[in-house]
Design a protein around this ligand. Sequence first.
Ligand SMILES: O=C(O)[C@H]1O[C@H](OP(=O)(O)OP(=O)(O)OC[C@H]2O[C@@H](n3ccc(=O)[nH]c3=O)[C@H](O)[C@@H]2O)[C@H](O)[C@@H](O)[C@H]1O
Length: 421
Amino acid sequence: MAPPLDTSKTSKLERYNSYLRGVHSTKLLAASSNLLFRATLLIALVLIFFFTLNYPPLSDNPHHHQKFLSSAFYGSGASWEKQVRHSSTPRRPNGFSVLVTGAGGFVGSHCALALKKRGDGVLGLDNFNSYYDPSLKRARQALLSKHQIFIVEADLNDGPLLSKLFDVVPFTHVLHLAAQAGVRYAMRNPQSYISSNIAGLVNLLEIAKSAQPQPAIVWASSSSVYGLNTQNPFSELHRTDQPASLYAATKKAGEEIAHTYNHIYGLSITGLRFFTVYGPWGRPDMAYFFFTKDILQGKPINIYKTHDEKDVARDFTYIDDVVKGCLGALDTSEKSTGSGGKKRAPAQLRIYNLGNTSPVSVAKLVAILEGLLNVKAKKHVIKMPRNGDVPFTHANVSLAYEDFGYKPTTDLATGLRKFVK
Ligand SMILES: O=C(O)[C@H]1O[C@H](OP(=O)(O)OP(=O)(O)OC[C@H]2O[C@@H](n3ccc(=O)[nH]c3=O)[C@H](O)[C@@H]2O)[C@H](O)[C@@H](O)[C@H]1O
């Protein structure tokens, strides 16, 4: 049994204990404020690190804004999988199940709707970046959603998310239209072209090569690959080793990368060289679109001339014609031949021009717009800046005609009328 405590000793002890408690709480207070200070410092450092990583700011680098967040938000959950499956299930006998990348974009949204309308299953993929006003992409998304097309919001470089999609859906085809577009913007933000048009393409092909079954792939190349080629009209047999812009160089690189994946893994791949596609729901960064806006607002527009004072011209191609070309390419795609990531037999590899076959000068384009809008444009005719533009494009489409009946039927005046409306 413990001896009774001497009260004087007890009160001393109590005083001592209360002194100790005082010291302890002061120390505790000091320690916790120290801890708080360190934590604040750590958070500040993490924030500085985070913002440094995200430099330059979003407006200049729209691809950084939500990279890979998608894997965290999606890729799991029964209702998400249900949406993905429902959207990609065909509603016609022997219908396709197509992953349309860039489905929030101009050509992507039109193709997605056309495929869905004929009974194919369509799943969209888009990162909704801010290269141009994302609200236009969201409006396209709303339109697609009305037609039961679900767009997964993800970046092409998000490997885990893409793998997950191919685990959930046995896609028969991929219509790969997601890209960093625009010829002149490549001088302002070169890295975005590498990230989307090269790294993103490789990521997609990596996933596709291991998918069971391997899908057939149809993807968007560009008329710009003809670069400094001077033979006319441009044929798929002409030189494409002199790109005039980084955009063109990344599209040409894509064609070579496609060759590699076809050769090693047996992926069936078709590249489509689009020629200045225009029309309703188009891209606001393209000349016909911002010319229309500027003319209506009474703002001056620049019309480029070549350095030897010639007209600059494009083989402007109407969206409905291009959609028919994309569907024709999908319909004539052969199956990929690989399985388990290994090639089993030679596979189809194709390249086609999808143009209009009748170039029109930019000056004429503006004259048509003036007529349709009933407004005179404030025109500045200037020498084409050295920004990667080529003076002239003109497609020979006989190969696409032979193989899938591609025949453009919309002239520029008719197409622009539909756009202006
Ligand atoms: O076929 C392609 O592969 C590409 O087509 C498109 O590029 P481009 O043919 O350059 O279209 P776009 O910019 O509308 O300029 C049209 C014309 O206006 C001239 N132009 C342009 C701007 C200006 O201020 N003044 C002007 O005269 C300009 O010199 C040009 O002659 C796509 O954007 C591109 O993503 C890619 O798909």
